[in-house]
Design a protein around this ligand. Structure first.
Ligand code: ADP
Length: 444
């Protein structure tokens, strides 16, 4: 933490040298994804289920009616436009709504319906006659907590006696206030404060505990420990639910520490592949030369929309200015922007208002813009050791096999970077052809 604040200071004082690479901020990306999400993300994989008691029958539901929800909750679900449970909800909802309550660890990529599922569980378990916190949901940031709260408000639109409150920094509660809201959504630090120091929440009365975005949570210093302290004070009959978009070992270890006797549900994500992408490279002398090559490609083929990746903010800015001066309509997406600004740029691009999006690694992952026909690596993705960053390469260029239309990818390579490109080619065992930028006939 100290380290990052030192870096931050540095960048303020040395704006001249602000040639940073954008680091991927998990919480910001997650929020961005939510702001941009238009519908459910599909997966062709089957949901994997690991029951804590393998001998008990495994229920799944195909309709929301089968769940025997309160009338007003069902109305809320339909008012949101949901017709049937998503793939993960089919398995998760019966477990989450079972009597006695069952604990659950669920992993699936963002957009598959996790939030809607646990919001439904919380709403269905609230006793509206009791005016104290009954459901507690931990989120990694203030903004993410608000997003979840919005879902509670939309889904609970007809549950008029259910209310939400945010335990986030800045939400000041006067001394002596009695918290009467049944659902509390907050960040670990403030929730801890409200529970132990200020005694606004009585943890022994919590019935449902949700830990959302566990992967983002453990990425933030202190949040794992704070979450565990909160969890330790919950009654044993409290239902505990944990959600994560990814499942590295670290998330898994944390999940097992914090959720006793869990059922586990996983939905693997669609794999990215380079199979239906034609990849090319152009050898260049320097930055100017790369730009020239880019212009030739631009002049040589019909391009729908393009995303151009640069390794540093400075390069991205430089390229944006060059292209604008040459009369192209481009927009720049980089880490200096707020999440709202990023969302609006991506939305404009999706709507076709700009043809070219220039970006740094902030945008390499997660943000799908399906109509993009070409991707350009103006700089190759490399890691700190100046080795190729294979993951990022795949995320920039790859498509999911199932939805993948054919795509084109161009790598602008300075001669000394050629060995890196060859490593990438070997790593993915897929060919990257050299292109003479004066002769575009090779492409089509
Ligand atoms: P996650 O928490 O996994 O990111 P969300 O619960 O936010 O996923 O759902 C992603 C999107 O799909 C949201 O726009 C949400 O409103 C919508 N959604 C969720 N469940 C359903 C459903 N059963 N039917 C239709 N849309 C749904």
């Amino acid at each position: 933490h100290c380290f990052s604040s030192i870096l931050l200071d540095d960048s303020i004082h040395n704006t001249e040298e602000a040639d940073e690479e954008d680091v991927v901020d998990l919480a910001a990306n997650s929020l961005l994804n939510k702001l941009l999400r238009q519908s459910l993300v599909e997966s062709s994989h089957r949901v994997e289920v690991l029951q804590k008691d393998p001998s008990s029958p495994l229920y799944s539901v195909k309709t929301f009616e089968e769940l025997r929800l309160k009338e007003e909750l069902l109305k809320g679900i339909y008012a949101m436009g949901f017709n049937r449970p998503s793939k993960i909800q089919e398995m998760a909802l019966p477990m989450m709504l079972a009597h006695p309550p069952q604990n659950l660890i669920a992993q699936s990529q963002s957009g598959t319906g996790k939030t809607a599922a646990f919001v439904l569980a919380m709403l269905s378990r609230v006793n509206t006659l009791e005016l104290f916190p009954q459901c507690l949901c931990l989120a990694p940031t203030y903004e993410l907590a608000l997003q979840t709260g919005r879902v509670v408000e939309r889904m609970g639109k007809f549950c008029v006696d259910v209310q939400v409150m945010y335990a986030v920094r800045g939400n000041r509660i006067p001394r002596g206030t009695d918290v009467t809201k049944q659902i509390i959504i907050g960040t670990p630090g403030t929730v801890l404060d409200w529970c132990f120091k200020r005694k606004l929440i009585d943890l022994t009365k919590i019935r449902v505990f949700v830990l959302d975005e566990a992967d983002v949570m453990i990425d933030t210093q202190g949040f794992s420990d704070q979450s565990i302290r909160i969890q330790r004070a919950l009654p044993s009959e409290c239902q505990m639910l944990l959600f994560s978009a990814t499942f590295e070992d670290s998330v898994w270890q944390f999940a097992e520490r914090i959720i006793p006797d869990p059922n586990v549900i996983k939905l693997r994500k669609e794999e990215l592949t380079l199979n239906n992408i034609r990849q090319y490279y152009v050898l260049c002398e320097n930055r100017k030369d790369k730009y020239q090559a880019l212009c030739n490609i631009y002049g040589g083929i019909t391009i729908g929309q393009a995303i151009i990746f640069c390794q540093t903010r400075r390069n991205a800015k430089w390229l944006t200015v060059e292209m604008m001066q040459d009369g192209h309509q481009v927009s720049l997406l980089s880490g200096e922007l707020t999440v709202d600004q990023r969302a609006s740029i991506i939305q404009r691009f999706r709507d076709g208002k700009e043809k070219v999006l220039i970006t740094t690694n902030v945008c390499a992952r997660g943000i799908d813009v399906k109509q993009v026909t070409i991707v350009v690596n103006f700089d190759l993705p490399v890691n700190q050791a100046e080795e190729p960053d294979y993951e990022t390469y795949l995320h920039r260029i790859g498509r999911t096999g199932r939805f993948g239309k054919k795509g084109l990818a161009f790598n602008m390579i300075e001669v000394d970077k050629l060995p890196l490109l060859m490593k990438i080619q070997d790593h993915f065992n897929s060919s990257i052809k050299q292109l003479d930028p004066e002769d575009m006939d090779e492409i089509e």
